[in-house]
Ligand binder design. Structure first.
Ligand SMILES: [Zn+2]
Length: 116
């Protein structure tokens, strides 16, 4: 399900680190976002989890660009993505009806998680 322009690089060479993701899902989301804007990107750290020997897998995946020329544009997209994730409009708690700031994943009044 890779979008056009996305390559699965064995390593990030040349290495243009863009962003260290919290997890594989976030990293993939960002790669997809960049791909939608024709910025080829790869996830570094991914292939390590396939390495033999049962290494500890607490390596955070890092999103890397394959072309340094895309760096400024990619950062802008990333900034937009990150501010969307933390900003945005408040959500209403389905349990108690409280309006909760977008940055919170739990209702501050009753502790119910934000609905998906
Ligand atoms: Zn609530």
């Amino acid at each position: 399900m890779a979008a056009p322009g996305i390559r699965s690089a064995p390593a990030c060479y040349p290495l243009h680190r863009l962003y260290q993701a919290r997890d594989r899902i976030e990293a993939q989301f960002i790669v997809d976002l960049l791909g939608a804007h024709r910025i080829p990107a790869a996830i570094l750290g991914d292939y390590l989890s396939g390495a033999a020997g049962g290494l500890p897998l607490d390596i955070s995946p890092t999103v890397c660009l394959l072309d340094e020329a895309d760096l400024a544009r990619a950062r802008k997209l990333l900034d937009g993505f990150l501010s969307d994730a933390t900003g945005g409009s408040p959500w209403r708690c389905p349990s108690c009806g409280e309006s909760v700031e977008a940055g919170f994943d739990l209702c501050w009044r009753c502790g119910r998680p934000r609905p998906a």
